[in-house]
Design a protein around this ligand. Structure first.
Ligand code: PXP
Length: 236
């Protein structure tokens, strides 16, 4: 499995002082030098962490693989078509949420999503839809014509170590297998950490994991390069 490191929290910390430390580009460089396969950054409508300059620097100053997380809005589509990241992961976004809480409702918005992703796909951007591991959402994603989905692992992560773990794990696994059957490549992320990530191997077909909070939190104690390295040991 590949590892995309989500560096939003580096920007959160930087913005706490409103200056330039810690530097997001330096952080991305450290992650990549430690062996990560790509950098993920979420440009939110309110720019609460990652800013426009960050994504342009990540794309243009570094030659690393960039996965831009974004909401399905006109503003973000315009930025993506100008920036041309390697990949776009379309996520739902609510202003009050602390982090991306749910998955996209692709099922109820098939026609909108089809139109929305078309120019991105035509620009050779890999498009992925961030969805909950549910049959109707997987089937809808396959109908849209994207090549990737990212399964929301939040429910599995919260259930890990509880009586609900098996149920949530099987939900994830069945969704991944269905997606594969429908021709999708399957990524996963949200809430994955050093304890719960090992079960992603059991799914057997996951392409990439996008992990942020646990890696950046561990980096506070052991350094970013060591934190990325330790995660890589668990997922490779
Ligand atoms: N994938 C997506 C689509 C996300 O929105 C997020 C959170 O920004 C992540 C992965 C990473 O989640 P976490 O920070 O919990 O590892």
């Amino acid at each position: 499995m590949l590892l995309g490191v989500n560096i939003d929290h580096i920007a959160t910390l930087r913005n706490a002082r409103g200056e330039s430390d810690p530097n997001v580009i330096d952080a991305a460089r450290i992650c990549m030098n430690a062996g990560a396969d790509g950098i993920t950054a979420h440009l939110r409508e309110d720019r609460r962490h990652i800013k426009d300059n960050d994504v342009y620097s990540l794309k243009n100053d570094l030659k690393f693989r960039l996965n831009l997380e974004m909401a399905a809005t006109d503003e973000m589509q315009k930025i993506a078509l100008d920036l041309l990241p390697d990949a776009c992961c379309i996520v739902p976004e609510r202003r009050q949420e602390i982090t991306t809480e749910g998955g996209l409702d692709v099922y109820s918005n098939i026609e909108y999503m089809k139109k929305y992703v078309k120019p991105l796909l035509n620009s050779n951007i890999e498009v992925s839809l961030f969805i909950t591991p549910d049959k109707e959402q997987i089937e809808a994603a396959a109908e849209i014509g994207v090549h990737f989905v990212e399964l929301h692992t939040g429910a599995y992560s919260r259930a890990y170590g509880t009586i609900n773990e098996e149920t949530e794990f099987n939900r994830l696994k069945n969704a991944a297998l269905l997606g594969q059957k429908l021709g999708l490549k399957i990524n996963a992320g949200h809430g994955l950490n050093y304890n719960n990530v090992h079960r992603m191997h059991e799914i057997g077909i996951l392409n990439e994991l996008n992990i942020g909070h646990s890696i950046i939190s561990k980096a506070v104690f052991i350094g970013l390069d060591n934190a990325v390295n330790e995660m890589l040991k668990l997922i490779r």
